[in-house]
Design a binder for this molecule. Structure first.
Ligand SMILES: Cc1cc2nc3c(=O)[nH]c(=O)nc-3n(C[C@H](O)[C@H](O)[C@H](O)COP(=O)(O)OP(=O)(O)OC[C@H]3O[C@@H](n4cnc5c(N)ncnc54)[C@H](O)[C@@H]3O)c2cc1C
Length: 473
């Protein structure tokens, strides 16, 4: 803090998407904020390779961005994905819409562009101080002091803080510091499956068939290349115990992600040589393999990264430190909700802080209110891995989806498929979506027992009404 400067009310650790959005929300209410980020300024530095290159935003994330007045800025950067495109072993395609209403769409966006845009918006706010190349190395919650190291000079200083919000990601050093002082209990559960990203480049203009002109969410379009696959879909190659997925980028490329067990007959450990990689892809994902000419090189050079769920008891300490976003509740990426949930954290916390004059109460209330929801999405994200890599292939899954869609049409607002509740209904908390989803599953089971899985008939409708009434739905 410069000599003589007043200490800002809020200190945020991490200028990732959650930290930046939280700062914007606070600043909009006239609060003073400083953000501490260990990395270089993304407006000047090339993006750091690490986690996913692009990600999917859905209604919860968009609602939070809208709350901060940002949704409009992002629209031209997003590609609408109204459904899943399944690729079977023979290369046949099947498109499954995510919902039956026009607004039931998710959007692919570049992580780097999203983050840069948030930082640009933060930099426009005079009451936010942004400090890059500065790492939080420790804190004393009781005393209200934080240790900050300048990454360029190596000098560490101790600075006081008023309220410290830790948005420092899944590996949160602040969470580690709280746990070391016995203020938080952390349970990290790694997944036995890893992931690796691969780039599917755009087809060069004039390169012939297959290239599709690009339309972004705003309809403004971009004209730098052609897509090798349908751009308006989240592509999945479900193969039972593993899968490949691909999300479109606005420049005509796709970012594909391979999810495989670490070990075993179809594990990463079997793919140590380029020939094995090429043979595996040719056999399992032939159309994708054909679109990645430098597959072996990419496979050898790109990192194989871990996934897992973080459960933490004690998100707040001393009434003045709070964890949020991945720092409090990192989850596996299979529902595309990690960041959506982190953005929703910001909206909920901002509401609590605005409503309460007592910051300590607001921080404690945030954990009390939010924890059931973050536990619910953690569980649903794990379940969705099985659905994405395996469930979507079964005839029963297709029949269930048809029946669920019929019920949604027949009982609007009463029966909403769980996937839709999570992705498109931010007014329904995650825990509520999980509870209603389980009840609805039982209704579907009972209907299937009585009438068979397929086609909804008059009798089924009457039966469904009875079961929904009985389940309090
Ligand atoms: C493969 C994959 C795919 C995903 N896909 C999706 C998706 O489709 N949709 C979705 O909603 N979510 C998705 N996610 C989840 C999403 O990436 C995270 O939930 C999100 O990035 C969390 O944001 P955050 O700001 O809390 O943390 P982060 O994005 O991790 O940001 C933390 C920030 O804190 C900084 N920092 C860390 N330590 C310090 C320190 N000591 N001092 C100062 N700064 C520090 C970091 O440099 C970083 O800038 C995916 C995740 C993975 C791994």
């Amino acid at each position: 803090m410069p000599d003589g400067a007043r200490q800002p009310r809020y200190t945020i650790i991490g200028a990732g998407p959650v930290g930046a959005l939280m700062a914007l929300m606070l600043a909009r209410r006239g609060q003073s904020v400083r953000i501490i980020e260990r990395r270089a300024d993304p407006r000047r530095a090339p993006p750091e390779r690490g986690r996913s290159i692009n990600l999917a935003l859905a209604a919860r994330g968009l609602a939070a961005l809208g709350h901060a007045g940002l949704a409009g800025r992002l629209l031209p950067e997003m590609t609408a994905m109204p459904g899943r495109m399944l690729h079977d072993l023979q290369g046949a395609l099947q498109f499954l819409p995510y919902g039956q209403n026009e607004h039931e769409v998710i959007y692919a966006i570049s992580r780097e562009r999203l983050n840069r845009m948030l930082v640009e918006a933060v930099a426009e706010q005079p009451q936010i101080e942004l400090r890059f190349n500065t790492r939080c190395t420790g804190l004393d919650p009781q005393a209200g002091s934080v240790q900050l190291r300048d990454e360029q000079t190596g000098v560490t200083v101790s600075e006081p803080f008023g309220i410290l919000l830790a948005a420092d990601g899944a590996g949160s050093p602040v969470r580690g510091a709280l746990a070391a002082r016995g203020l938080a209990r952390v349970d990290e559960r790694p997944l036995a499956h890893d992931y690796k990203e691969l780039q599917i480049e755009a087809i060069e203009r004039g390169a012939g068939a297959g290239g599709t002109a690009i339309a972004t969410a705003s309809g403004t379009g971009d004209s730098t290349g052609g897509y090798v696959f349908e751009p308006h879909a989240l592509h999945i190659w479900p193969r039972g115990g593993f899968m490949l997925i691909a999300l479109p980028n606005t420049d005509g490329s796709f970012t594909a992600t391979l999810f495989l067990p670490r070990h075993g007959p179809q594990g990463f450990d079997q793919l140590e040589h380029g020939d094995a990689v090429r043979a595996f892809f040719d056999q399992q994902f032939a159309d994708a393999a054909a679109a990645i000419p430098d597959l072996q090189r990419q496979f050898a050079q790109h990192p194989q990264s871990r996934l897992g769920t973080v459960y933490c008891d004690g998100w707040q300490a001393a009434g003045r430190v709070l964890l949020l976003g991945d720092a409090a509740h990192a989850i596996v990426p299979f529902h595309g909700q990690g960041l959506n949930c982190g953005f929703e954290d910001c909206r909920v916390l901002d509401g609590l802080l605005a409503a309460s004059g007592q910051r300590a109460e607001a921080l404690a209330e945030f954990e009390r209110q939010r924890r059931p929801d973050t536990d619910a999405i953690a569980a649903m994200a794990l379940e969705n891995y099985v659905e994405m890599r395996d469930g979507v292939r079964s005839a029963q899954f297709a029949a269930r989806r048809r029946l669920a869609a019929e019920l949604e049409r027949a009982f609007p607002g009463r029966f909403i498929p769980r996937y839709s509740m999570v992705m498109f209904h931010p007014e329904i908390p995650y825990a509520e979506a999980q509870r209603r989803g389980a009840q609805q599953e039982r209704v579907l089971d009972r209907l299937a027992q009585r009438f068979g899985d397929d086609a909804l008939q008059v009798a089924t409708l009457a039966g469904a009404r009875e079961l929904l009434d009985a389940g309090g739905l």
